[in-house]
Design a protein around this ligand. Structure first.
Ligand code: 8Y7
Length: 371
């Protein structure tokens, strides 16, 4: 039975000098890891799990069999990869600090902010302007709800919802991503000035989308969802959710690269809330540092999602700010590069305070390890 290997950072530190020479920087973010679990899986079961310090990793990898050793080597290099900024027209989004993507839903039935803007474009535009003012690096414009059981939208309707807003935002100079699974919508949105494709089906839903993404050369977000077609939330279940999602994202990454999408334009996302139980979502949130071993910028969208309600008294979507910030900071501490959120001002404030602490840690020499 074939084996697979994973390097999961298990001890994160808030500055490299905490563990002088012993900590590696993850994904070019402001986070460092000093110890790792080197995990080998066979047929879905973990067959070995070794704790390894950064300085011992080369030896530990040398002790693995050929194919496993090569994969572990690739992951060890990928963990330390520094990512180029994303280019969005005239704008560049640096990935050395957490960036916020503001959600703009132009749908009648989104569970968290449904129907607010669909028939009131002026209100939608004002909301986008407020998110940009509050520090959103990019606005994610979507015209189709992907929650379980949402009604399918005809692509012509989706285009009509999305394109005028994209045109408006492009004219203001904003960086724009378009949240869609349909090639025709992607094409129309890019034509209207969008810069990034955000596809919750990871370019599986529409047979034309992979080719289109490759031909246009724009950055793409590939998100994990276990199901296919219109049943994104239905999957066969997981053996181990963390390594299953990791393997799945690696496969989608490789398919995208083979189709001609440049590696530096692929952003990966574990798809919090898509076909996952509360405990599976929590396991993924805790394992986020491991996903740097895929060697791509990471995006997480946990804002107002159901797991928050499930853990906190069934709070309705509009009362999930506290939980959303907790999950956003968890992602930030894991070195996730992009946060997709509804509450931009509050999230940007949380990120800035976190950033202040990180800057302070970098100049705090009392953290030097004792000789
Ligand atoms: C995500 C997303 C949604 C996410 C990315 C919601 C469109 C559900 N969730 N895109 N879209 N990641 N990349 O609650 O987690 O916002 S829709």
């Amino acid at each position: 039975m074939s084996q697979s290997v994973y390097i999961r950072p298990i001890a994160l530190v808030d500055s490299p000098q905490c563990e002088e020479g012993e900590a590696i920087r993850l994904g070019g973010a402001m986070v460092w890891a000093s110890r790792f679990a080197l995990i080998v899986r066979e047929g879905g079961r973990v067959v070995s799990r070794e704790r390894v310090a950064a300085c011992e990793m080369a030896d530990a990898i040398a002790g693995l069999r050929d194919a496993l050793g090569a994969e572990a080597e690739a992951q060890w290099a990928a963990l330390r990869m520094v990512h180029a900024p994303l280019t969005c027209g005239e704008r560049v989004i640096r990935l050395d600090q957490p960036q916020v993507m503001g959600i703009l839903n132009l749908t009648p039935d989104s569970f968290s902010d449904g129907g607010e803007f669909l028939d009131r474009p002026d209100v939608g535009r004002a909301h986008a302007a407020a998110m940009l003012e509050a520090g959103a690096a990019i606005i994610d414009v979507g015209g189709e709800s992907t929650r379980p059981g949402a009604a399918a939208v005809w692509e012509g309707d989706e285009i009509q919802r999305v394109v005028p807003m994209v045109e408006h935002l492009a004219a203001t100079g904003a960086a724009i991503s378009v949240d869609t699974r349909r090639a025709a919508v992607m094409e129309a949105a890019l034509g209207a000035g969008a810069h990034v494709l955000n596809d919750v089906s990871a370019l599986r839903y529409d047979p034309r989308s992979l080719e289109l993404a490759a031909a246009t050369g724009v950055p793409v977000v590939l998100m994990h969802a276990p199901g296919e077609g219109d049943a994104l939330h239905d999957g066969p279940g997981y053996g181990d959710v963390v390594t299953d999602v990791f393997d799945w994202l690696r496969e989608r990454r490789d398919i995208a690269i083979a189709a001609g999408i440049a590696r530096e334009r692929i952003v990966l996302d574990p798809g919090i809330g898509f076909g996952k139980t509360v405990s599976e979502n929590l396991a993924l949130m805790n394992a986020l540092p491991m996903f740097h071993a895929l060697g791509q910028p990471l995006l997480v969208g946990a804002s107002r999602k159901r797991l928050i309600g499930a853990l906190a008294n069934e709070a309705p979507a509009h009362e999930r700010l506290g939980g959303s910030l907790t999950l956003a900071l968890k992602a930030v501490e894991a070195g996730v590069h992009l946060l997709r959120v509804h509450d931009v001002a509050q999230t940007v404030q949380a990120v800035r305070v976190w950033r202040g602490m990180r800057d302070a840690a970098l100049t705090d020499f009392s953290q030097l390890p004792a000789l």
